[in-house]
Design a protein around this ligand. Structure first.
Ligand code: ADP
Ligand code: MG
Length: 620
């Protein structure tokens, strides 16, 4: 079958989107290929279709475990033999899947990049005939990117065992610098590069000045009804905004990284099925979620950078119907973002101090390297040396990316399983077990993700008391507890204090400088009000264009200010006094700033009189 026939018979799609066909043919010709297609552009098909044609296995590296499962189920339902391997599977199951790959029973295998650290896995790969290596979300290989995943650096090591296998790298966004980095780090040989337009015809990018974000959210959510995502800065705001909107009659939910896996799955599923729900979330939400009918994506805090912003807004309008990205911006946003950035930024002195404290805590001498697996209780460590928790976490993450340490089982959440049978515990006397059993069904059979902070809150105990008790139970074999506050790692290079003062500090600093620049670029995007938003966004990714989009707030303001004037307002106020909300919803198709400006003008001209707090009356 030709790619086109496969597209029709398996997916029932009549034609390719550009440039899917060219990418597929490049891959089928055995060329290394870099494909940059916008979110929703149809990247997956670019390796799924070749996988059906190729004789051997297509190995897909993907950073998103949740997404893997969906894709695998979906492909299996089409009769394409597909599997995935994640750390959740036990060794037996993994072994069986790899047997199936070796016997050519599986065409497509999804794995997380961390899997490449397993020597066993690499050994097994050598025995499997592999036809294509697809690297999804390839920008994760870039240290300059916003989603850096150190394990992506291991992909190039596959080259030595799979020297002739073509690589297809896929990503939605890559500045020129990041494209070079992908090519270099994945060691793509003379690759064909497809850089399709970032343009999404149905999507508009807007920045609206807002001095009362909650009120404005209500206004815009009414103006653009339908499923929506609201991105906020932190966990606390997800509850706060979600509650506020729900009190105002909206169907809302919240989401953040610290929810347990079960909670996340439930929330994602409910949201995907709903036609009204508004999800208030940190940036943990939505990557790879294929919900077609999202109408708006809001930001109410300064996004981390333009790459992240473009990707987040890209989750709207996958059904090709009109959709908008709306940033409710306030000049304070920049100051706040800068302050948060600086507050968690270690100085060179802090950086060196943390390294010294770490080595002294672990009793590792200069030049020494051990095979030991270390455990570091981060809260205790921070307290003992008077350090800043966020800085220490950042520091360890940095060491991990630089492959100075190798972190094990790094996870956002602790996990726990009760190992004894229920009737051996007196639940009346043991409130911790009572709590665990009631809040985490299945905890006697499976390792469940738990939240110590929620437990502490509900049981009126301190987090450290909870952790201490759980560690005691773990030691006496009653439970199996993996504590997320306990960093587990081993060193990969000997202690070198000079490096921490010089080279490593410089590397760390340049990453921070880069993050700072990214934040500034985003602030500039929001603050400027003359250049078409879309042109500015695409210019950042080196797609220069002379055409204005005609849809963003800036382009709209140019057309609507011609069409809307004070007379319209005066005519409306002739009906009687009106509240600001009434006025805004009457002229819902005109820019809000413009209406407020006209209103202010009429007040200054003594044509309109404010009454009470929020109403306006015509002076006749
Ligand atoms: P990306 O990974 O680029 O964000 P996906 O591969 O998840 O995008 O595809 C997004 C959606 O577009 C999927 O629902 C997919 O089935 C659909 N799609 C892909 N190619 C085509 C095509 N040629 N015609 C119609 N729909 C397509
Ligand atoms: Mg994708």
């Amino acid at each position: 079958m030709t790619p086109k026939e496969i597209l029709f018979s398996y997916w029932n799609y009549p034609s390719f989107k550009t440039p899917q066909e060219e990418i597929i043919s490049s891959v089928l010709n055995g060329k290394d290929t870099l494909a940059i297609l916008p979110t929703g552009g149809g990247k997956s098909l670019c390796y799924q279709i070749p996988s059906i044609i190729f004789e051997g296995l297509t190995l897909v590296i993907s950073p998103l475990i949740a997404l893997m499962k969906d894709q695998v189920q979906n492909l299996q339902s089409k009769g394409i033999s597909t599997a995935y391997i994640t750390s959740e599977l036990d060794l037996n199951t993994i072994g069986k899947i790899l047997d199936d790959c070796q016997n050519n029973k599986i065409k497509l295998l999804y794995v997380s990049p961390e899997r490449l650290q397993s020597r066993l896995f690499i050994e097994r790969l050598k025995q499997i005939k592999i036809s294509l290596l697809a690297v999804d979300e390839a920008h994760c290989v870039s240290e300059w990117g916003h989603d850096f995943r150190p394990a992506y650096h291991r992909i190039s090591r596959l080259k030595t065992i799979l020297p002739k296998v073509p690589i297809l790298a896929l990503t939605a966004t890559a500045t020129e610098k990041i494209q070079h980095e992908i090519i270099q780090k994945l060691e793509l040989e003379n690759p064909a590069v497809f850089n399709s337009s970032l343009k999404r015809e149905n999507l508009s990018y807007n920045v609206f000045l807002s001095s009362d974000k909650k009120k404005d959210l209500i206004y815009y959510l009414k103006k653009y009804p339908g499923p929506s995502i609201i991105f906020v800065r932190n966990r606390k705001l997800t509850y706060e905004i979600s509650n506020f909107l729900s009190q105002n009659g909206f169907d809302t939910d919240y989401f953040h990284a610290k929810l347990t896996k079960d909670e996340k799955e439930q929330k994602q599923q409910d949201w995907t099925l709903s036609n009204t729900r508004i999800m208030v979330s940190t940036n943990a939400f939505g990557m790879g979620i294929d919900k077609p009918n999202v109408r708006t994506v809001f930001h109410i805090d300064l996004p981390q950078g333009i790459e992240a912003y473009y990707q987040e807004v890209g989750r709207a309008g996958r059904d090709e119907q009109e959709a908008s990205g709306i940033y409710l911006y306030n000049p304070d946003d920049r100051i706040q973002a800068e302050n948060i950035f600086k507050a968690n930024l270690p100085s060179q002195q802090d950086f060196v101090k943390i390294s010294n404290c770490l080595f002294s805590q672990l009793q590792l001498a200069e030049g020494e390297l051990t095979e030991m697996n270390y455990q570091l209780d981060i809260p205790k460590f921070v307290e003992k040396f008077g350090l800043n928790l966020k800085m220490v976490l950042q520091f360890l993450e940095f060491l991990n990316t630089k492959e100075i340490i190798q972190q094990k089982n790094y996870s956002q959440n602790s996990t726990l399983q009760i190992l004894v049978s229920p009737h051996t515990i007196n639940l009346n006397e043991n409130k911790i077990f009572d709590y665990l059993q009631r809040h985490y069904p299945g905890i006697y059979t499976y390792n469940k993700e738990i939240s110590e902070s929620k437990m502490a809150f509900d049981l009126h105990m301190s987090i450290s008391d909870i952790r201490n008790s759980l560690h005691d139970y773990h030691k006496n074999g009653t439970i199996n507890y993996s504590d997320r506050f306990l960093a587990r790692f081993r060193f990969l290079v000997p202690r070198d204090s000079t490096a921490f003062k010089n080279k490593l500090w410089k590397d760390f600093e340049s990453i921070q400088v880069n993050n700072w620049k990214r934040l500034q670029a985003m602030a500039y995007y929001a603050e400027q009000n003359t250049i078409c938003r879309e042109r500015l966004l695409f210019g950042y990714f080196n797609q220069k264009s002379d055409e204005n989009c005609g849809k963003c707030d800036i382009c709209q303001a140019k057309t609507h200010s011609k069409n809307f004037n004070s007379n319209d307002l005066i005519d409306y106020l002739k009906e009687g006094s009106k509240t600001q909300a009434e006025i805004l919803s009457k002229f819902i198709n005109s820019p809000k700033d413009k209406i407020v400006e006209e209103l202010q003008y009429l007040i200054d001209e003594m044509r309109v009189q404010p009454i009470g707090f929020d109403s306006y009356k015509l002076i006749e």
